[in-house]
Design a protein around this ligand. Structure first.
Ligand code: SF4
Ligand code: SF4
Length: 375
């Protein structure tokens, strides 16, 4: 059973450091006593001031009242209105907010957690060469992770009479507003101890949120004040020196297949696309991630025959079952959908294979030595 390890910090303004936790604990305790005395209270956690967490849940997490979902939407709408979010991205968010609430219970809280996720690269064979395409965190086996953690959570909550169900919410915003993560200049969520190499997960629960003290304006990491590494590395100029957030309409992640194939805009040089999905350039350049870059998972790869089949972009029905099973094991079919996954693979291979043939793609040796993966 994994071990849950978030420590919640309590609001601190005007309270002497030594007395912060007890003062706020009692304020919250008395305010909510009439509600919480009927719940199973984890007294051990309360006594150690780890108030709003689920003991034994395995990942850093925060819990906020479910009504914060409305606040998330309001913030996203106002970001859109002031021009910080493009219409396309806002439409994606609107679809998320159209998702129905949990079935079978009334949500009292939203739980957001971060699971460590090393870099991944997928090997492909093509003629006499073997090359790798990187995949940033959040794509490989994402839904497996969501289900496993949902099971873990329910195993912990059910004995206390509560349950949890996956929540479709803007997870990055929830992580930052709840205090689980900080923004980097590159608009990526950084979790202490994990850098940006993690997957965010979110759940509704009928367990109430006992404290809400962490909900705050999004903050950027202190380090970003003195650093411009991501800004200098970004190939499209999406990261701005004096403005936040990034120019999402310039960010390759938006165009590089994260939600299926898109028509590339005319300004975008396809040669800038760097991996199978999304773009990892600013994360790889970030000093906050230095510790996490050396561990990289090599995923199950594709033979030359399989690469050829994927490149041909056949219908799902024409794909050999063993090849489809491989895509399913990577979690990409569930993430994108069968047809969209095949289209995404075909369009990326069509982009990279000419570079493999011309020798512009790094050889296997280069990749193993960790040299830049720019094709
Ligand atoms: S590279 Fe530097 S500026 Fe960019 S997110 Fe990382 S620490 Fe912040
Ligand atoms: S993901 Fe790529 S394109 Fe987007 S901001 Fe980072 S480096 Fe720039």
């Amino acid at each position: 059973m994994p071990i849950f390890c978030a420590t919640v910090e309590i609001p601190t303004a005007k309270v002497p450091a030594a007395r912060r936790i007890p003062v706020f604990f009692f304020l919250d305790f008395f305010a909510q006593f009439h509600k919480i005395n009927s719940y199973l209270i984890d007294w051990g956690a309360i006594l150690t001031a780890k108030i709003d967490q689920i003991k034994d849940f395995s990942i850093p997490h925060r819990i906020v009242p479910a009504i914060r979902r409305a606040d998330l939407f309001n913030r996203i709408r106002s970001d859109h209105e002031r021009g910080a979010l493009s219409d396309d991205i806002f439409r994606n968010y609107a679809r998320i907010f159209d998702c129905p609430p949990p079935t079978g219970f009334s949500a009292g809280s939203l739980i957001v957690g971060a699971v460590a996720q090393p870099r991944s690269r997928i090997p492909f064979a093509w003629r006499d060469r073997r090359f790798f395409l990187r995949v940033p965190p959040s794509y490989i086996r994402y839904w497996n992770m969501v289900r496993r953690l949902e099971q873990d959570l329910n195993g912990l909550l059910r004995p206390a009479g509560f349950q949890a169900q996956f929540a479709r919410v803007p997870q990055k915003a929830l992580a930052v507003l709840s205090g689980l993560a900080l923004y980097g200049r590159n608009n990526i969520a950084y979790v202490p101890g994990l850098g940006s190499y993690h997957m965010l997960v979110s759940y509704y629960s009928d367990r109430p949120a006992i404290v809400d003290g962490q909900w705050a304006e999004p903050r950027q990491m202190d380090r970003c004040g003195q650093c411009q590494a991501c800004l200098k590395a970004c190939p499209t100029g999406a990261i701005r020196p004096k403005a936040f957030p990034i120019r999402q309409d310039l960010c390759l992640t938006f165009y590089a297949g994260y939600s299926g194939p898109r028509e590339l805009p005319s300004w975008l040089d396809p040669g800038l696309i760097d991996g199978l999905i999304g773009c990892e350039v600013c994360q790889a350049a970030c000093p906050e991630n230095r510790l996490f870059l050396s561990s990289e998972i090599e995923e199950e790869g594709f033979s030359a025959d399989e690469t050829g089949i994927l490149l041909a972009n056949g219908s799902p029905e024409s794909i050999p079952p063993a090849l489809m099973a491989k895509l399913e094991r990577l979690g990409l079919v569930e993430f994108f959908g069968r047809r969209e996954c095949l289209q995404m693979m075909a369009s990326k291979l069509a982009l990279f294979i000419p570079r493999v043939e011309s020798g512009a793609i790094p050889s296997e040796d280069d990749a193993l030595k960790g040299r830049p993966h720019r094709a």
